[in-house]
Design a protein around this ligand. Structure first.
Ligand SMILES: Cc1cc2nc3c(=O)[nH]c(=O)nc-3n(C[C@H](O)[C@H](O)[C@H](O)COP(=O)(O)O)c2cc1C
Length: 359
């Protein structure tokens, strides 16, 4: 018998089951970074997933990398998120807003102030990014001063307070996928010689200080943290001491009593088992692209408390009901993942809607 349908405590929340919605950028915010007018409906449609982790949301103009991603640093943006939180709660779900600062994974054409992106060191990622005029090389970022680092930590803290003001149940700090926190971790993106570069402790310091600032502001039991150990997105190489760095990072985050750790898992089960025994709080494990029959595997094996669902949740607002009923799933349309209108966003049918259409 699967444990998937047992309830679980995550920070302040008691969740109805072990599924959740993984964070997914949809690039449908307004040009000023306010969540689009369909965002409340999109999230509320998926409320039966219990905990919904929002699309990556920039805590400041510097934090934006992609076009039409939402922010949470202006009053309009906060009001937009309030509409989302209200609808999600009315539908019985919970909302964590993912705070995503992209660091060097940005282009001046994509930010409101058009400034050079900030990063631990002045090293370009060596990849291209989509802009309004098509694909462009990502430029060399500006190396952050110690003042920039403190200001960025402060942006995370203020954004977390804004998320709570908007009615969110918590925030997830995005420490994964090649963005600013993982840029500090990775030795090929961080060649600093001060207290934020070099040793394991120094490269982990920025992420730990962000987590401490956010937890201090809104409560550790409303703070989650996402990591993707070993992943090379955005040209990152964590170096040979990467696993040891994560051992240190996880121990420090555990001391902060965060609500959860969210691992985007690349397949090293040995390391996952180690994380599981080192992490005393709720553990979320998202295995990219796993087959449907493996959805419950980590939860049933005791390796995870919660299994967040990405692309299937995007294409199936009633993923939970479909899984329970062993019903077929809608497949996601990749051409509408990023940007566009209601098509491929709020128009994926539920089982009930499908049977009405087919009758
Ligand atoms: C359209 C799309 C957008 C995504 N955007 C984000 C994001 O904003 N933040 C993040 O941490 N991960 C993001 N991801 C990664 C997902 O959270 C998840 O890790 C990935 O899709 C693998 O899980 P899955 O196989 O269940 O889809 C995105 C994935 C997709 C498909």
């Amino acid at each position: 018998m699967t444990k998937l349908w047992n309830s679980v405590t995550v920070g302040r929340l008691t969740l109805p089951h072990r599924l959740a919605m993984a964070p997914m950028t949809r690039s449908r915010a307004l040009p000023d970074g306010t969540p689009g007018e369909l965002a409340p409906l999109y999230y509320a449609q998926r409320a039966s997933l219990g905990l919904l982790i929002s699309e990556g949301t920039q805590p400041s103009a510097d934090g934006q990398g992609y076009l039409f991603t939402p922010g949470i640093y202006t009053e309009q943006q906060i009001a937009g998120w309030k509409a989302v939180a209200d609808q999600v709660h009315a539908a019985g779900g919970y909302l964590y807003i993912q705070l995503m600062h992209v660091g060097r994974m940005s282009h001046p054409d994509n930010t409101p102030h058009h400034r050079q992106p900030l990063a631990p060191s002045a090293i370009a990622p060596g990849v291209q990014m989509f802009t309004a005029t098509g694909m462009q090389d990502i430029p060399v970022p500006r190396e952050m001063s110690l003042e920039d680092i403190q200001a960025t930590i402060e942006e995370f803290r203020i954004a977390a307070a804004a998320a709570i003001r908007a009615g969110a149940d918590g925030v997830e700090i995005h420490g994964a996928n090649g963005y600013i926190i993982q840029q500090f971790i990775a030795e090929n993106a961080n060649t600093r010689t001060d207290q934020y570069g070099g040793s394991i402790e120094n490269r982990a310091r920025f992420g730990i200080e962000v987590a401490a600032a956010v937890a201090g502001e809104i409560g550790a039991d409303r703070t989650g943290f996402r990591i993707s150990p070993g992943m090379s997105l955005g040209g990152l190489d964590e170096g040979p001491d990467g696993p040891d760095l994560y051992r240190h990072l996880i121990a420090e985050l555990a001391n902060l009593n965060l609500a959860y750790l969210h691992v985007l898992h690349g397949g090293n089960d040995e390391f996952l088992r180690e994380i599981r025994s080192a992490w005393p709080h709720a553990l979320l494990v998202n295995r990219a692209g796993r087959p449907l029959e493996q959805i419950a595997a980590d939860v049933d094996a005791g390796l995870a408390d919660v299994a967040p669902i990405g692309a299937w949740a995007l294409a199936n607002p009633d993923f939970v009901e479909r899984l329970k009923a062993e019903a077929p799933l809608n497949s996601g349309d990749v051409s509408t993942f990023f940007g566009g209108d209601s098509h491929g966003y709020t128009d994926y049918p539920t089982l009930a809607e499908q049977s009405v259409r087919e009758s």
